[in-house]
Design a protein around this ligand. Structure first.
Ligand SMILES: Cc1cc2nc3c(=O)[nH]c(=O)nc-3n(C[C@H](O)[C@H](O)[C@H](O)COP(=O)(O)OP(=O)(O)OC[C@H]3O[C@@H](n4cnc5c(N)ncnc54)[C@H](O)[C@@H]3O)c2cc1C
Length: 378
């Protein structure tokens, strides 16, 4: 890639080298095995915690006191290594910030340090079997009874769902108010009535335990409500820009890693007595991929810089997610083609990247929802 990246400082680059070592030693040698298992082992989370790779952007005393540049380095490095199934980003860049921004001092003390150490794994559960994009249609209910809430419902497609020790759950507390009657709760592993299903069988991101979660009259103390009652819609809106930026950054990094891998491949593979790279088609496809990804990178780094100044607005974050994930999908398809039959074989990274990437146009708000958000500005 040609773009310089002034958004990162020396301390970010030092962290990048550390994450690269971690990925090479602790993730890549085992990743195929985790894909077969359908889950990333809890031990990896503890190792990541011990190496300072979780909750980088959460302030002391709960996290590593970095900024979102540090968080970006972690998620980019993992994505660039073609390991999109590792669920650290949801844990560090989504679940922890909700607790940081909405939690009381007691809630932060209780949950964040154990997430930073990797002892506890976090998940966030909004989607239900009958409601994803349209979250006001959710059926999960939290009924207040004296000094506690009673939570009932089913969530699906939840990243880190099987491993999760704490789950932020979106529930309706005032069904008659629709989107304005939603609240957030933290459910902890071991609470009576809370169970998670086995990891769902997916077409990609096989190392990630994406699961259904079941809440059957779970009694939640009032202290497990996160933020104000009936204010989840506003709370979620405030957090979505970071989530979408994180997805966009992962998409771009994965794409850059695969452009490099494809350039290496076409320089080695031969057909008709020539290297594949000697066919103009391969060079032009790669040139287009590099040109478009370089433009994307400059825009995303501008979004990252804005976010580090707390100036990233939801529409710009939606533009970032839409551009990055759509471009990723289009270019990866071209790159896979250059591998011929090997592109379709599971042991080649390009096939994994292609199927893993498909989810990014769906989760965190679909491309259509991004277009809707951007279109409303017109
Ligand atoms: C791998 C993976 C991990 C996930 N992780 C999580 C997680 O950790 N937590 C969580 O809560 N959820 C998670 N999800 C769920 C994800 O956020 C939802 O799948 C997504 O929001 C879409 O919701 P849906 O599946 O119900 O699709 P639907 O909302 O039913 O959408 C179906 C189609 O209709 C389109 N559509 C819907 N509304 C509109 C509209 N207004 N205008 C135009 N088109 C529209 C959609 O774009 C889509 O193409 C995950 C999903 C995947 C695949």
């Amino acid at each position: 890639m040609q773009a310089s990246r002034p958004v990162f400082r020396d301390d970010h680059e030092m962290l990048r080298a550390q994450v690269q070592r971690f990925v090479a030693q602790e993730i890549l040698p085992f990743y195929a095995q985790w894909e077969d298992m359908g889950v990333t082992p809890r031990e990896l989370w503890r190792k990541a915690g011990a190496n300072g790779l979780l909750n980088c952007a959460i302030p002391a005393p709960w996290g590593h006191d970095g900024d979102f540049g540090h968080a970006a380095v972690v998620l980019e490095t993992i994505a660039r290594a073609n390991c999109l199934g590792i669920g650290f980003s949801i844990h560090s860049d989504m679940v922890a910030p909700y607790i940081l921004h909405l939690g009381t001092r007691e809630q932060k003390d209780r949950w964040l340090p154990r997430m930073t150490s990797g002892e506890w794994i976090g998940a966030i559960a909004m989607t239900e079997p009958d409601a994803g994009s349209d979250l006001k249609a959710i059926r999960t209910r939290a009924r207040r009874e004296h000094d506690h809430y009673v939570l009932s419902g089913v969530k699906t497609f939840i990243t880190n769902g099987a491993n999760a020790d704490i789950v932020i759950v979106l529930a309706s507390t005032a069904p008659e108010l629709g989107a304005r009657g939603l609240s957030l709760f933290v459910v902890e592993r071991g609470m009576a009535g809370f169970t998670s299903g086995a990891p769902l069988r997916k077409i990609g991101q096989h190392a990630q335990d994406t699961s259904e979660l079941f809440f059957n009259d779970v009694q939640l103390p009032l202290e497990n409500r996160l933020g104000a009652e009936n204010a989840a819609f506003e709370h979620a809106t405030a957090e979505l820009a970071q989530e979408r930026l994180a997805i966009a950054l992962r998409a771009a990094a994965s794409l850059e890693g695969m452009i490099d891998a494809t350039a290496d491949y076409v320089k080695q593979r031969k057909a008709f007595g020539r290297r594949i790279v000697d066919f103009q088609n391969a060079r032009f496809k790669l040139a287009d991929a590099i040109a478009q990804t370089t433009m994307l990178r400059v825009f995303l780094d501008d979004c990252l810089a804005r976010h580090m100044r707390l100036e990233l607005d939801p529409v710009t974050a939606a533009i970032a997610k839409l551009n990055a994930t759509e471009l990723q999908g289009r270019i990866l398809d071209d790159l896979l083609q250059m591998f011929g039959g090997y592109g379709y074989m599971a042991e080649y990274g390009i096939g994994r990247a292609w199927t893993d990437a498909r989810a990014l146009r769906i989760l965190g708000g679909t491309s259509e929802i991004m277009r809707d958000i951007i279109g409303k500005r017109i």
